[in-house]
Design a protein around this ligand. Sequence first.
Ligand code: KIV
Length: 275
Amino acid sequence: MYTHLQQRDSTRPPVNVATLAKMKSEGQKIACLTCYDASFAAVVDAAGVDIVLVGDSLGMVILGYDTTVPVTMNDVVYHSRAVARGLYRPFLVADMPFMSYSSREQALENAVRLMQEGGAKMVKLESGAGQVEIVEFLASHDIPVCAHLGLRPQSIHKQGGFRVQGREEAQAKRMLDDARALEAAGADVVLLECVPSALGREVTQALHVPVIGIGAGPDVDGQILVIYDILDITPGRKPRFVQNFMPGAGSPLEGCRRYVEAVKNRSYPQPEHCF
Ligand code: KIV
């Protein structure tokens, strides 16, 4: 009974939304990685990762699709459940796949699946002004939400490719306004993908909730990368923001530890990883 109270006294208490808010207020960087199975979950936990995301990137790195569009709810639930079994300390976030949150009721039903069946503690959805109402609805049901702005891979066919977002002033202003609106609607975390560093800094300074970046520069509250990218497993050309942490590391655990340390001591990202 009250295992949460007991865990609070442990030397490695599980991360929760309050931990993340405290890390932002104290200027401690938040280290995040994607993960898709129980074995790697145990590795990233041992490496000291704070947030683990079961991203719909699983469609590309696990299932071999070209985009994340074909990923289904069942895919994310299956992988999230596996990851949840391997984790103790990190905060588990699961992605809402393409078209799984096109109405408030559908979003609620699917978010409940990710939490009850998948063991997730927060759901992430690709967002803009159009998702404010959905985020508000989920938050009103006490579902923790991460709003994903910037490059939104589920909209790839509409956005016209994987490209940096928010380079033009009007687009940057819209993103900042959307981030503020999503925070006001109840988002607990904002994730920014592929935006200029100056915009990453501006959004981070404007919001009270933690901002996690991937290709969003050094001044966000935390960094996230795809685990197979940092372990040099992903074949072919990598996005500019990716760093391979395997050179000199003798094992995947050591590679993940080096990534966590680099995020915490701010040696990742370097200017060559930024836009
Ligand atoms: O699906 C995913 O892995 C993501 C990260 C790249 C942020 O959304």
